[in-house]
Write a protein that binds this ligand. Sequence first.
Ligand code: CU
Length: 480
Amino acid sequence: MRKWLLGGLGLLVLCCGGGVATLVWFLARPPLDKTADFRQALRVPPLAASTVRDGKRVFELRARPGDSDLGHGAGTRTWGYNEAYLGPTLRAARGEQVVVDVHNSLPEPTTVHWHGMHLPAAVDGGPHHPIPAGGSYRAAWTVDQPAATLWYHPHPSERTETQVYRGLAGMFIVDDDEPAQRALPHDYGVDDVPVMVQDKVFDGDQLSMSSRFGSDIGVLGDELLVNGTSGPYLDVPSELVRLRLLNASTARIYNFQFADKRQFALVGTDGGLLERPHATDHIRLSVGERAEVVVSMRPGERATLRSVRSIDGDFDSRLNGGQDAFDVLQLRAAARLTPATLPGTLVATPRLDPGSAAQTRSFTFQGRKINGRKMDMHRNDAVVVKDTVEVWDVANGHDTPHSFHIHDVQFQVLAVNGGAPPPELGGWKDTLFLAPKQQYRIIARFADYADPNTSYMFHCHVLRHEDEGMMGQFIVVEKP
Ligand SMILES: [Cu+2]
């Protein structure tokens, strides 16, 4: 018995000692500060081909494996939609009927979720609707929301992190007739450019999902890709360039800023344009969030977009990559630039009234649970009555960063820790950074699509957290 005890004690000392040594080693190293060589032209995802049949715009997406050059030779095994890595940009206008035929040529089940899209739960692409390997699925809906930068990605039960990491993601741009859309740069791939940012770990020439020491949020890469391009530059032909920034990583939180700290205009967030441009020198995006920014360029100059410190605090910020810095993208202005001016106002955004809320709910994110519960496919966490407004108090109860995402609706942020939200949270949102120990109050209208049999998800968009159960479900019903 004594021998066992001594042996156990010795093992404990050895393990703890090793852990402490690793921690000291980790904290003794400076955070990452990665520069890029900007030798590759930024790859711009192609616009997806579509056909119009019976008044419906029909797209086809095939999820499939492929080989890609992500900066480590041409033989990196990846997944993509139609492409070897990532997918084409889908584009449709408000009011259009859209059909997407999805084929699964992967060796495992998948789904396609339309992140930020207001559509019926039955075609939302959540974990209840897996497409088996070799199978197909048709999603059809009418686009009914303001112009916005949305995206699509897999949402299968417990496999989302892996599938997104391998390359399954694409942008979905919604257009509308608002004059601001024409007044802003809008020539796709020229002065209106998707910027999908992802971090990766490589093991030789292959992607690796090995987690960094101490990370509580999953894979933190030491290399950045933008639209799958390593070390990218973008030639800019106009005085203004619009970047549609998307954090398509699985875990890392970015804080975008130019190396020269120049001001740029934030013109849109997840669900659409702001009321007016907001001048700032940085924009933070947690996993799944988007921002549309307009950058002003002078002839012949180069401007380097970086990501800098993204999470406040010391220890947990450090462990979760919040103090790392990266070069992201270099903008290279032509010697002669097409003149352009930024509009002073964008779109009207009527504020939802908390006094009209039919229901107030509270959700605390802690560990891998929401309100102490993990995802259960057979449990509903909220029943929402159609065409009512609800206020949700969403809190991060501990030191790990989270990213709150709700399906079906776009919401407005009413308060952060009881105070007025900052300007960058003044527009429509579907994803929200939950900083450690902070509290957020949001409001949304669940306008339509009652379906008592099919649930929408709300969850942490840190994909490992989501896969490990940090997710809940709600249904929208016709009557109380
Ligand atoms: Cu989380």
